[in-house]
Ligand binder design. Structure first.
Ligand SMILES: [Zn+2]
Length: 62
């Protein structure tokens, strides 16, 4: 498990998210720990360099 820091699209707080490295691409919803609104997280692992992971945080309301 990896820990990544993302920014909440609603309140701007930085949140720690856990990344499961066994799945190369995953999308899930996690509630912000500060404002409790649902954030869509898209996690993409770089297969050429397994130390890299890209995490995108989007609001549900786009
Ligand atoms: Zn928030």
């Amino acid at each position: 498990m990896d820990i990544h820091t993302v920014q909440c699209p609603y309140c701007g707080e930085h949140l720690e998210v856990f990344i499961d490295r066994s799945v190369p691409r995953q999308e899930y919803i996690e509630d912000c720990q500060i404002c409790c609104r649902p954030i869509t997280l898209t996690v993409t692992l770089d297969l050429d360099d397994d130390t890299q992971a890209h995490v995108e945080a989007r609001s549900e309301e786009e």
